[in-house]
Design a protein around this ligand. Structure first.
Ligand code: ZN
Length: 349
C-alpha cells in the first residue's frame, strides 16, 4: 500500500468513526427541511448548545435522553448548589459525554458582590462539580450575563473563561418550542446559544435544532476554554470523559479546530490523541485547499510536499503519549480566498 493510499485510508476510517453522529443527523436534517441542500457534515463549523441552572431532577434526565437521541453534545452551566443536591445528575451529564461548567453557587447578581463573595460563589462551585464528577470546569457563565472587572479578575484567578452567549433562546421568558428552534436557526459558526435545563419546551426543541444545524453543515461542538467560541470537540474540556472513540486498530486520532480568524488568514489547531494504547510517536498530515499556504507553525516539526499544500507534522522531541492522552500543534494559514478547514489525519509508525 502506498503512503498516500494509507493516509487516505486512515482519513476514511477517521471520518467513518468520528463523524458518524454528524453524518446521521445530516441526513435527518435534509429530510426535515424539504428542498434544502444537505451540506456536508460539520463543513460549516461548530456551534455550542448550552443549558443553564441545572442539574434539575425534573428535566436533566429527559434532556440527556433527547441529546443522546439527536447525537448531540452540549455544555451544562450548573450551579454549585444544585450539583451538591443532585450529584448523580451531574455525573450523568459527564458520563453522557457533555461538558460541565460553572454558573455560580446560588445564582446571585455577582456584580453587586465583593471580590471575596464572588470568589466564594465560584470556588465552592468548582469544588462541588469536581467532587461530583471528577471534572474541574474551565468555563464560567455569570448569572443573567452580568459581568464587571471584579468578577473577571476572580475568573482569571480561578482559570475560568467567561462565556456569555451569541443567541438567547428566550426559553426562560416563555418561548415556545418553535420559537426556541427559530432562535437556534440564527446561530453562526462559533456561536453559543443560551438555553436552560428547566423547561419541557427546551427539551422538545432538541431534535429539530440538531437536524436544522446539520442541514446547514453545522455541528454541536464544545466551547474552547481559550477563545470562548464553539469549536470541534477535542476531549480537552472534560479530562477523563469518554469521547469519540478512535477507530478500531487506529492508534491515534487527529481533530482540527479553527482558533482565530483575521481578514486574510486563520489559525488552526490539531489535537493528536492516543487511542487505548500508549504511542511513542505520531505523524499528522494536514491538507490545505485552493491557494491556501501555511505561514507559521508551532509545537511541531513540519515538512511539505512539492505542491506546498500537504504539510506533514511530527512531534518536537519524542512523541510519547499515554493511553487517551493528547497533544496539540498549531499553524497559521494564509487563506488566499479559500476558507475551508484543512483535513487532518494521524498515524503512528
Ligand atoms: Zn442562570
Amino acid at each position: 500500500m502506498s503512503r498516500q493510499r494509507a493516509a487516505a485510508l486512515v482519513a476514511a476510517v477517521l471520518t467513518g468513526a468520528g463523524l458518524l453522529t454528524a453524518a446521521a443527523t445530516s441526513q435527518a436534517g435534509a429530510a426535515a427541511v424539504p428542498g434544502a441542500r444537505a451540506a456536508a457534515a460539520c463543513d460549516n463549523g461548530y456551534v455550542a448548545l448550552t443549558y443553564d441552572d441545572g442539574p434539575n431532577p425534573a428535566t436533566t434526565q429527559s434532556l440527556l435522553t433527547a441529546l443522546r437521541n439527536a447525537g448531540a453534545r452540549a455544555t451544562f452551566f450548573n450551579t454549585g448548589q444544585r450539583v451538591q443536591q443532585n450529584p448523580g445528575l451531574a455525573q450523568a451529564q459527564v458520563a453522557a459525554g457533555h461538558w460541565v461548567a460553572n454558573h455560580s453557587w446560588s445564582h446571585p447578581h455577582l456584580t453587586q458582590m465583593s471580590a471575596a463573595q464572588i470568589t466564594q460563589e465560584l470556588s465552592s462551585t468548582q469544588s462541588a462539580i469536581q467532587s461530583a464528577t471528577g471534572v474541574t470546569p474551565r468555563l464560567f457563565r455569570p448569572p443573567y450575563g452580568e459581568t464587571n472587572g471584579t468578577l473577571q479578575s476572580v475568573e482569571a484567578q480561578l482559570g475560568l473563561r467567561e462565556v456569555i452567549w451569541s443567541v438567547d433562546s428566550q426559553d426562560w421568558n416563555g418561548a415556545s418550542t418553535s420559537q426556541i428552534v427559530a432562535a437556534a436557526n440564527t446561530l453562526q459558526a462559533g456561536g453559543v446559544i443560551l438555553m436552560h435545563d428547566a423547561y419541557q419546551t427546551t427539551i422538545s426543541a432538541v431534535p429539530q435544532i440538531v437536524s436544522n444545524l446539520a442541514a446547514r453543515g453545522l455541528c454541536p461542538g464544545m466551547i474552547s476554554p481559550s477563545t470562548g467560541r464553539a469549536v470541534a470537540p477535542d476531549g480537552s474540556g472534560n479530562p477523563g470523559t469518554p469521547t469519540t472513540p478512535p477507530p478500531s486498530g487506529g492508534a491515534c486520532t487527529a481533530t482540527y479546530a479553527e482558533t482565530q480568524r483575521w481578514g486574510d488568514r486563520f489559525n488552526g489547531q490539531v489535537t493528536v490523541r492516543a487511542g487505548s494504547t500508549a504511542i511513542t510517536s505520531w505523524t499528522s498530515i494536514v491538507r490545505l485547499t485552493g491557494g491556501q499556504r501555511v505561514s507559521a507553525t508551532w509545537n511541531g516539526t513540519p515538512s511539505w510536499d512539492s505542491s506546498g499544500t500537504v504539510m506533514t507534522m511530527r512531534p518536537n522531541g519524542n512523541g510519547n503519549l499515554s493511553p487517551g492522552a493528547s497533544t496539540s500543534f498549531g499553524f497559521t494559514v494564509m487563506a488566499n480566498g479559500t476558507w475551508n478547514a484543512p483535513t487532518v489525519t494521524c498515524s503512528t509508525p
